[in-house]
Design a protein around this ligand. Structure first.
Ligand code: CO
Length: 202
């Protein structure tokens, strides 16, 4: 396995529309498996909870996700998950995702490995029903809510060249984009007091 470089805004490749995976022949499946392993390694190394293939410059409609809550020691604490979230096995590889149904609204303080150190509240669908292919090309359907539903919607945006900062008010969005373009990214905050919960990027 290998860790991959995560593209950062304003890299223009993050604005591309990624291509559907059209066939799952043996050669393609081997490539998808290797890419998914490298994406997981990259995501975990960066302490992220989701990563889309275009964030590592592979312009295909593929996501990897592990949004299981973890405590400060990195142990999974699944009792914080909803029953619907628990019903979905994670980590997840999702290819060619399509939202079939949705309802309700929810908000979350989102961040992104491609826009590091910035966190802003974004509104998403609360419940989603998703159709996708797994890494073997099997067609699947899942229903979920909670953080998992939020991460899926955030990562799906990457497949169409959209970033979470595009969902903010125009004033706030332009302020962040101009700040990054002018000054780059600030140093990651170090939590010296040690008891502040680390924010996880998507
Ligand atoms: Co992101």
């Amino acid at each position: 396995m290998a860790t991959l470089e995560v593209l950062k805004f304003p890299d223009p490749r993050l604005r591309e529309i990624s291509a559907e995976v059209k066939n799952f022949d043996a050669k393609t499946k081997a490539k998808l498996k290797k890419l998914s392993e490298d994406m997981f390694e990259t995501m975990y190394a960066e302490n992220g909870i989701g990563l889309a293939a275009p964030q590592v410059a592979e312009l295909i409609r593929m996501l990897v996700i592990d949004a299981r809550p973890r405590d400060t020691k990195g142990r999974y604490s699944i009792e914080e998950m909803s029953d619907l979230e628990k019903s979905v096995t994670q980590p997840l590889v999702i290819i060619n995702p399509v939202i079939l149904n949705y309802d309700g609204k929810t908000t979350f303080d989102e961040g992104c490995l491609s826009v590091p150190t910035f966190f802003e509240t974004v509104e998403r669908h609360k419940n989603i029903e998703l159709q996708y292919h797994d890494v073997l090309g099997e067609k699947k359907i899942l229903k979920t809510d909670g953080l998992l539903a939020i991460v899926i919607q955030h990562e799906m945006d990457h497949l169409d060249g959209t970033l979470f900062i595009d969902h903010l008010s125009l004033i706030k969005s332009n302020k962040i984009k101009n700040q990054i373009k002018k000054h780059g990214y600030p140093e990651k905050k170090s939590h010296e007091d040690g008891d502040e919960e680390e924010e996880r990027e998507l």
